[in-house]
Write a protein of this length. Structure first.
Length: 226
């Protein structure tokens, strides 16, 4: 979601960390938190509808009675909290590259938004880069719910571009069980990404939109492994 038109200098810096990916900053503005990466706004806690849709739409599309899910990106915790509130998920893994973000959920202010989900026995937090995790041989899931950067067409970190290209989509497909669902959050609709999903062999490609207060809607791209 794009930030509101407020003076950025009004934000209170709660923590600032250096990581392999650069500078990661947690700020508070009023009753909400913001995550800034290398000086670029990434996400906030103002409205989590599209992050919840990311998980719910994937679950609704599955036939498995007790499916498993890998969430790519812990972020501010809306997707994980929504998954943990659904008893149908048998196993929930979440991959997060930034140790600072994990800390902010375990012992910091973002814990209020993940709502204790990190303590759910079904939840496993993977401190790892999602792309590296997908490339490595490993277990499969019934759903992959990816909320990395600002989506396929607008990445803050150039290294995240590879996730949404042919190789990244191939690795994502390889980590899905047959008939599994790929759900990808985006900051805007993308016909090009829909085409990329079809060219990667996914079926049932569609996009669900969530209107926002200003600008283009947030979206969730959905596709199924044949």
């Amino acid at each position: 979601m794009l930030p509101s038109r407020q003076d950025l200098e009004e934000a209170e810096v709660l923590d600032r960390r250096e990581s392999a990916g650069g500078e990661v900053v947690l700020r508070r503005r009023g009753g909400h938190c913001e995550v800034i990466v290398n000086g670029c706004f990434l996400m906030d806690t103002v409205d989590g509808r599209s992050e919840r849709l990311l998980v719910q739409a994937a679950l609704d599309a599955l036939d498995a009675p007790r499916p498993s899910v890998l969430i790519g990106g812990l972020g501010v915790g809306f997707s994980l909290a929504h998954a943990a509130a659904e008893p149908r998920w048998s196993r929930i893994a979440v991959a997060e590259r930034e140790g600072a973000v994990i800390d902010w959920h375990r012992t910091g202010p973002l814990g209020a938004f993940s709502a204790g989900a990190l303590d759910d026995p079904r939840v496993e937090v993977l401190h790892t880069d999602l792309v590296a995790y997908l490339v490595a041989d490993g277990e499969r899931y019934d759903a992959l719910c990816l909320d990395i950067d600002n989506g396929p067409d607008w990445t803050v970190g150039a290294e995240n571009d590879r996730l949404y290209g042919p190789a990244g989509l191939a690795h994502a497909a390889a980590r899905l069980n047959s008939g599994g669902v790929l759900a990808v959050w985006g900051a805007q609709p993308s016909a090009a990404f829909e085409l990329a999903l079809r060219e990667a062999g996914f079926t049932g490609v569609r996009t669900e939109e969530v209107p926002v207060e200003r600008g283009v809607p947030d979206v969730v791209h959905l596709a199924r492994r044949a």
